[in-house]
Design a protein around this ligand. Structure first.
Ligand SMILES: [Zn+2]
Length: 450
């Protein structure tokens, strides 16, 4: 003790804590200090393991201080963040519960739902209020995924985006198979809605000739946006879904040119027939600028013989939801291919806590952040806390009559989760982390009384 006192320069006016802080501030960089501190901690842990563990297992009186973390037994942060992000989604959890309690009408085959079952179990643990620090193992779900796909999930291929898509697609496959017989018999009224399922319609309009293209409908489970010059999420999304295509080979413009130049063309019988068909479609207003006829060999032969007929038109492409999903995950693709190498675009993205998608309000439920290079780095998840409240002195989740919102959950509505480490954070700290933003997950507002 004498040595310690003299080293610290103990005098009667200062408390031992003050002096200890000063000593740490002066010496924290010195190798001797680091080695000594490490030695003391190691010795304490060997002889008194419970005393150190007790510090990290301090219980909380409120239910929103902690949530379960995940252990990291290698490069697991990509999966840990993905599962944390999924656990923030009320509609997903409700859907899983509905699926697992679905009463299949008699006479129909009941197909297994291994990923639904495993995910429901894991999300139940993650969503449960806890008062002590607790750590789970993400491999309980990953092993199920490996069994379903009869393969191994490479720890080296640790991309949270790939895993996110993989999980959603596997869930959708199980869902489709589960209801394939019911859908065939059109007994679809009681089937739960797959919360990620959205359908978009893509349309084309030629600025030069005013012609329109066939509407193309396709499912969309995740919105993919490239991080480029634009850094505002709304503008990026609008820009990507409302694109102007230059140099488009527009069938409407070509047919108009053929009509104008008809006298200069020497068409054979088949080509003449094709021309008449196109002309008729144009005059009747049924010609689509991306009609399948573009692929027709007779049509191609006309264009090849008379290259001046080729068009390079300006076309507006517009994508819209024809069926909006409950959950919209947005992947901010930051990969840039430059100098025969992949790089990460580290631009800071601006995103709000609430977005409106075609008159429907969605709120930010989680954000997966990625820090590092294109090929290596660390993933963490910002996860929105559930709607904690106090009813008659008891903590509950949801909205109840006469309930009071928990002030700590209003001040710090998110958890920042790095594997097993969980800390509380404000909305600002989530919104100001735009440089690391990688996957943003928005969810339609629902009554979250569970
Ligand atoms: Zn055109």
């Amino acid at each position: 003790m004498h040595i310690l006192h003299s080293t610290l320069g103990l005098n009667s006016n200062k408390t031992l804590t003050d002096i200890w802080f000063q000593y740490v501030l002066r010496n924290y960089k010195s190798p001797r200090f680091i080695i000594t501190t490490f030695g003391v901690l190691l010795t304490s842990y060997i002889f008194f393991p419970s005393s150190l563990l007790a510090v990290s297992h301090k219980p909380s009186k409120r239910p929103d201080k902690y949530t379960c973390g995940f252990k990291n037994s290698g490069n697991d942060c990509f999966a840990n963040s993905t599962l944390q992000s999924l656990s923030s989604l009320d509609t997903l959890y409700l859907y899983l519960a509905e699926m697992l309690s679905f009463q299949m009408p008699p006479g129909y085959t009941i197909y297994p739902l291994p990923l639904h079952t495993s995910l429901y179990h894991m999300l139940t643990l993650l969503r449960e209020p806890i008062y002590f620090k607790k750590t789970l193992d993400v491999w309980e779900v990953l092993r199920i995924l490996e069994t379903i796909h009869r393969g191994k999930i490479g720890r080296n291929q640790h991309d949270a985006h790939e895993l996110y898509v993989f999980i959603i697609q596997t869930l959708e496959d199980e869902y489709d198979r589960y209801f394939q017989d019911l859908k065939r018999s059109q007994l679809t009224s009681s089937i739960p809605t797959f919360p990620f399922f959205g359908v978009v319609t893509s349309s084309l309009r030629c600025i030069d000739c005013g012609g329109r293209g066939n509407l193309v409908k396709y499912p969309m489970l995740m919105v993919e946006l490239n991080v480029g010059n634009q850094n505002d999420l709304n503008k990026m999304w609008r820009g990507s879904w409302n694109d102007i295509i230059e140099d488009y080979s527009c069938l409407g413009c070509v047919v108009k040119r053929i009509i104008l130049n008809r006298d200069r063309l020497n068409l054979n019988g088949q080509q003449e027939k094709c021309y008449q068909l196109l002309k008729e479609k144009l005059t009747s207003g049924s010609l689509s600028i991306n009609d399948d006829l573009i692929e027709d060999p007779v049509y191609t032969s006309i264009i090849t013989s008379y290259p001046f007929l080729k068009s390079s038109s300006k076309v507006v492409k517009e994508i819209k939801y024809s069926k909006k999903p409950y959950i919209i995950p947005i992947h901010l693709s930051r990969s840039v291919y430059l100098d025969s190498q992949m790089w990460r675009n580290g631009a800071s993205i601006i995103y709000p806590e609430a977005i409106e998608v075609e008159h429907v309000k969605y709120t930010l439920k989680s954000m997966i952040r990625h820090q590092g290079s294109h090929s290596a780095g660390h993933y963490e998840c910002y996860r929105h806390k559930p709607a904690f409240c106090k009813v008659n002195g008891e903590y509950r989740i949801g909205k109840f009559k006469g309930s009071k919102k928990l002030s700590s959950a209003s001040n710090k509505p998110y958890w920042r989760i790095s594997d097993s480490h969980v800390s509380e954070c404000t909305s600002d700290s989530v919104l100001n982390d735009g440089k690391a933003a990688y996957i943003l997950v928005y969810e339609q507002e629902v009554d979250n009384t569970l």
